[in-house]
Ligand binder design. Structure first.
Ligand code: C2E
Ligand code: MG
Ligand code: MG
Length: 594
């Protein structure tokens, strides 16, 4: 009983060793075929194979004169070679009680000789074998040759396995090896908290600059030197990994205290920077993360290290410690980005709300701003203040605006049909101004909905315009020429030069709500808004104040001759139905007041 158990364990370990090598079911390769060809030639036999012993089959990594890719393990002589790790010779199948009736025996094979493929740890992976259809004997020199060839197969297997595990430049274990070792750690000491460290030698642009000046060969030397330096600094008992071109990782010794260890790293880092023996200014940064192997997978440890080293770049001592807060924020942004595409297609996650715009002198509603809302299936309502900046910088920017434009124009059309032809404002991103055909697609959309250009206003933030002034300018000119109103949104928050704004084909300036909300605070705040309005008027713009929350603000803005107002005081952004009801109601009140 206990012997079977032992045998099963041994077989599990053997299979584990085989699987780890990632050889099974890989395509044929010339480096193995060369060896089988040689074996078949030495023995002057038609059949030869590198045969690996999987759980239930013999799988051929290389074969000469064999049609099958594998045969059953049961009754296969190669399986016996793998299990015993001894050479096996069967001079004549028909004289051999054990093999006469085997699959090979029945298929006409008479002769077999196999040498074991044995790992350094002593596991038999399979055999290098030769087979013939006639009985045959072997001489000692043939067996020696077969063993040599089997050793060559093993050398080839080890070489392939090391490939991708050793960085050819530094000779250090690679990122793959780092990940594998972390996985082993999770199996061996799953609950022991450890500290991982990543050292990034240089900013990418430093490497590029240096390569341009000195050539790539010098960069290689530098990286090799750095590898030696780091290994010296951390001590030879720690395994150092070369995880990316300029990055090295290692696990701090077991049981170190995080704060102390990080302090010593920081100190070493400072000295290293000062030494700068190479005469080249590399700015290396260090990222650190603590983890418990059971809880954090290998890939996540690496990701945490990347995050930490990124943080390090913006910290004065160039040492960063992984923070789950920063990471959570990053992951949320990533999630929003990933889920926005499906949201666009979902039909029910995205919708528009409308916030009225009031003509101050008459109190009438003359327009509304369309504002995007996202109801995420898991995260619930996500504010545009959060998702718009993420999407704006992604390939979805174009589709987002297209969706808003389409939905807003459909609403404008319904309103006009109901006798309320108000202007609908749509927010446009910097990315939209980079689309070469943005103007054309806006005009197409208007035409599709049978609307006049004057019924649409596009809001563009100051910073969006300034991002690529020349290109933005061309788009704006085209839109303005088509009769579409343009508004400069969030006015006062960007850093545009007045000389530049003066020149823009815009019609409206929307003073940012941060200024309007402060109107109650003091005389300085009031004069600031007053001069913004005065200045905009002087330049020929119509002025809209955003973020009006109180009756006092309305009075103040009226006194400053502000043209229009938008804010919670009049109405919050409203869903389609309540918005229409609000319009009816507001009209009645405005008429009564007049
Ligand atoms: P924005 O274009 O400046 O829009 C005005 C924002 O001010 C809206 O926030 C609105 O709800 C808010 N607001 C209006 N009145 C008041 C008030 O009296 N007090 C205060 N405190 N806030 C008020 P919202 O809807 O959260 O949108 C935030 C920003 O997201 C927008 O600022 C705009 O930049 C962006 N955004 C919204 N929808 C879209 C869209 O469809 N496309 C693009 N590109 N950006 C959008
Ligand atoms: Mg806006
Ligand atoms: Mg605004």
């Amino acid at each position: 009983m206990s012997q079977t158990l032992h045998r099963d364990r041994r077989e599990d370990a053997r299979l584990g060793a085989l699987l780890q090598l990632d050889l099974l079911d890989t395509p044929p390769s010339e480096s193995f075929d060369r060896i089988t060809r040689m074996a078949s030639q030495i023995f002057n036999l038609p059949i030869s194979a590198v045969s690996l012993t999987d759980r239930d089959r013999q799988w051929f990594k290389s074969r000469v004169g064999v049609d099958h890719g594998s045969i059953p393990r049961e009754g296969a002589p190669c399986a016996q070679v793998a299990e015993t790790t001894d050479v096996l010779v069967i001079p004549d199948f028909q004289q051999d009680a054990a093999y006469a009736d085997s699959v090979l025996g029945r298929s006409g094979i008479r002769f077999y000789a196999g040498a074991p493929l044995v790992t350094r740890d002593g596991y038999g992976l399979g055999a290098l074998c030769v087979l013939g259809t006639e009985p045959r004997s072997v001489v000692e020199s043939e067996i020696a040759a077969l063993k040599d060839l089997a050793a060559m197969v093993m050398a080839q297997i080890e070489l392939q396995h090391a490939f991708g595990r050793i960085d050819p430049l530094s000779g250090l274990p690679s990122r793959n090896q780092f990940l594998d070792d972390l996985a082993d750690l999770a199996a061996e000491r799953p609950d022991e908290s450890r500290l991982a460290v990543l050292i990034d030698l240089a900013r990418p642009e430093q490497v590029n600059d240096y390569a341009r000046v000195m050539g790539l060969g010098r960069i290689d030397d530098l990286i090799r030197d750095a590898a030696l330096g780091i290994q010296r600094a951390i001590g030879s008992e720690l395994k150092l990994y070369h995880t990316a071109a300029t990055q090295f990782a290692f696990l701090a010794p077991r049981g170190v205290v995080q704060d102390e260890y990080v302090r010593s790293l920081t100190e070493g880092q400072r000295q290293e920077q000062q030494r700068s023996i190479t005469g080249m200014l590399l700015t290396s940064a260090i990222g650190v993360t603590a983890f418990v192997p059971r809880a954090t997978g290998p890939q996540d440890v690496l990701r945490a290290l990347y995050g930490a080293v990124q943080e390090a770049r913006s910290s004065p001592d160039l040492v960063g410690i992984y923070s789950s807060v920063a990471d959570a924020a990053y992951r949320r942004r990533y999630r929003l980005l990933r889920d926005f595409g499906p949201a666009l297609l979902s039909g029910d996650q995205l919708r528009l709300v409308f916030q009225p715009r009031i003509d101050l002198p008459t109190g009438r509603c003359i327009g509304a701003e369309a504002l995007l809302r996202w109801n995420h299936p898991d995260l619930g309502a996500v504010s545009p203040g959060e998702f718009v900046p993420v999407i704006e910088h992604s390939p979805h920017a174009q589709a987002m605006t297209a969706f808003v434009l389409e939905t807003a124009l459909a609403q404008a059309r319904r309103l006009r049909a109901a006798g309320r032809a108000i202007v609908i404002s749509v927010n446009v991103s910097a990315a939209n101004l980079h689309e070469t055909d943005f103007g054309t697609s806006v005009r197409d959309a208007l035409r599709r909905h049978d609307l006049e250009p004057a019924q649409l206003e596009l809001e563009i933030t100051e910073s969006a315009i300034m991002q690529d002034a020349t290109h933005a300018r061309r788009q704006l000119d085209e839109l303005a020429a088509a009769g579409i109103r343009l508004a400069i949104d969030d006015f006062g928050t960007g850093y545009s030069s007045l000389a530049y704004l003066q020149d823009l084909p815009a019609h409206v300036v929307k003073i940012d709500r941060s200024f309007v909300l402060k109107l109650g605070e003091g005389e300085k705040e009031v004069s600031l808004v007053r001069s913004m309005i005065g200045l905009s008027h002087d330049l020929g713009y119509r002025v809209v104040a955003e973020g009006i929350e109180t009756a006092e603000a309305v009075d103040q803005l009226l006194a400053m001759q502000c043209d229009e107002a938008q804010g919670y005081f009049f109405a919050r952004p409203l869903e389609v139905e309540p918005f229409q009801a609000w319009l009816v109601d507001h009209e009645r009140v405005a008429r009564a007041a007049a």
